[in-house]
Design a protein around this ligand. Structure first.
Ligand SMILES: NC(=O)c1ccc[n+]([C@@H]2O[C@H](COP(=O)([O-])OP(=O)(O)OC[C@H]3O[C@@H](n4cnc5c(N)ncnc54)[C@H](O)[C@@H]3O)[C@@H](O)[C@H]2O)c1
Length: 359
């Protein structure tokens, strides 16, 4: 009997629905080619749903998501609502609620034209960033004293736990090993100024000793930003705390071609995990067929790899890479001159060609 996977789809707001639709069609095509079935369940959460029902993200939905094999998210956020309200309820609700402790960000350049850095080509930019996804200043420990007065005090705690730090370092070491490339893991932190980060330094050394085949490297976050621009080829796999990782991965998106091309996975190995493009809902571009669906299609590619459908994932990634390398698509911005729908079709045409005559 053909394998079946249950996939929850949350298209969300703004450009979310139109890019997600291209990702879902691409997943369907891979299922047909590789001989597996996908049962999609759509969830309406987002701004329109909230305006109609006053519901952000109910606890029952989180329980339903636990029963799925994977989740595909579009984008959440709408200027009609208070800043961050839906984003915190839905995105953070899922990340924290399902304990998705790895934020995995491939940073891969498909064509030199996409890169704003002088002289950098695909051979220079191919790294994986593993960002801790459940702790740090995002853990929600903080508050205000005497809010709104001249004596106001605001506090937000940077929380790291031994368990949280160790499990994400271990994931990154395993990833560096499975990539089988430079076999190097770089710890990025600010332990010279933030004393609590000594926990990262010690855990990295102790867990790292169990992986003698993986070289351990280190960079402070400020220097890492500089190296990312100057010598991106010096990185293979990076492990980084939540807030510094948030910033570093946007820089990573810029050097791989922009917000429209970057994808991420929110992962708890062995459990239901969530995949999404890194961009937001870009409200001003919604419904105009100008957004790039590539980030969402690459999120679908990561979802396939997570489900164990590595051949299908490779078909997607190789087709996207060819689209850019051949110059059929020159940008992942809104200026590409190729519509959202048409870009999705170009990717699927290449997938069909490759599946008939693999290169
Ligand atoms: N994971 C998420 O759902 C997520 C992530 C970031 C921001 N947001 C939310 O999205 C809303 C808009 O945020 P923002 O404007 O800061 O960031 P954004 O990523 O939505 O858009 C910023 C700019 O990036 C470009 N861009 C983004 N996606 C693109 C695509 N697919 N193709 C082409 N160009 C693209 C556009 O020029 C756009 O104006 C806010 O409500 C924010 O909170 C959600």
């Amino acid at each position: 009997m053909a394998k079946r996977y249950r996939v929850a789809v949350l298209p969300g707001d703004g450009i979310g629905p139109e890019v997600t639709s291209e990702a879902v069609e691409t997943l369907r095509l891979i299922g047909e080619i590789r001989g597996f079935a996908l049962d999609f369940t759509n969830y309406p959460f987002g701004a329109d749903h909230y305006m109609k029902t006053k519901e952000t993200f109910p606890a029952s939905a989180l329980e339903e998501l636990r029963g799925q094999d994977a989740i595909l998210l579009g984008a959440i956020g709408d200027p009609r609502l208070p800043v961050g309200m839906l984003e915190r309820a839905i995105i953070s609700g899922i990340r924290f609620g399902l304990d998705l402790y790895v934020n995995l960000r491939p940073i891969k350049l498909f064509a030199a034209d996409l890169c704003p850095l002088k002289g950098k080509t695909p051979e220079h930019i191919d790294m994986m960033v593993v960002r801790e996804n459940t702790e740090d200043v995002y853990a929600g420990i903080g508050g205000f004293l005497k809010k709104g007065t001249p004596d106001e005090v605001a506090v937000q705690e940077m929380i790291f736990t031994r368990k949280g730090v160790e499990r994400v370092i271990r994931y990154a070491l395993e990833l560096a090993r499975s990539r089988g490339k430079a076999r190097k893991l770089t710890l990025v932190d600010k332990a010279n100024a933030v004393g609590a980060m000594d926990l990262w330094t010690r855990a990295f050394e102790e867990v790292g000793r169990e992986y003698p085949d993986i070289a351990r490297d280190h960079a402070y976050i400020d220097a890492a930003c500089m190296w990312m621009v100057k010598n991106p080829e010096s990185f293979d796999t990076i492990v980084v705390s939540n807030m510094f990782g948030d910033i570093l991965t946007d820089l990573g998106a810029a050097i791989q071609g922009g917000m429209g091309i970057a994808a991420s996975g929110n992962i708890h190995p062995g459990r239901v995990s969530m995949f999404e493009p890194i961009h937001g809902s870009a409200p001003k571009h919604a419904g105009k067929n100008v957004a790039s669906p590539i980030g969402s299609i690459l999120a679908a590619q990561m979802l396939l790899a997570y489900l164990g459908e590595g051949d299908g994932a490779a078909l997607v990634e190789d087709s996207v890479a060819e689209l850019f390398a051949s110059g059929k698509l020159r940008s992942a911005g809104t200026d590409s001159g190729v519509g959202t729908r048409e870009q999705g079709e170009l990717v699927r045409d290449l997938i069909r060609q490759r599946s008939v005559s693999p290169k």
